[in-house]
Design a protein around this ligand. Sequence first.
Ligand code: FES
Ligand code: FES
Length: 160
Amino acid sequence: MTPTTLTVNGAGHALNVDPDMPLLYALRNQLGLNGAKYGCGLGQCGACTVLVDDKPVFSCLTPCGGLQGKAIRTVESLGSAERPGPLQQAFIDAQAAQCGYCIAGMLMRAQALLERDPHPSEATIRAHMATNLCRCGTHLRIIAAISQVARTGEQHDRQG
Ligand code: FES
Ligand code: FES
């Protein structure tokens, strides 16, 4: 175990963790941030996607050691059930969630794209989202929701 401070959604958390432990476990088990999900544990589904220094990463494959000083953001930074952020609202409006298991990862991967490129083409959105899978098959609605935000160009809150 090694003392490590993780900065998550703008707040520092002093943890005592095995440096090899995946970030996903720290988020869910130690910080109670349950948005990111464990799907495959192999970097093949994207359910665990969070942002590290504005880039999407598979948190199931990202060791806690080495994250000190980096800005980690999870889906909880985008909004809440009571006050969803613009991207979350677009997913709600498009009824993009079925079981919802993939959605936190989808949102974070899309968020990274929209912060970098507020008006991506549909082809760019499709290519960017290709690493994230939805086993309920709502990909078309997910793409529609992201495209809607890309068209309207709403501001994306950045926290953390
Ligand atoms: S759980 Fe991380 S990519 Fe599937
Ligand atoms: S909504 Fe069920 S896995 Fe995507």
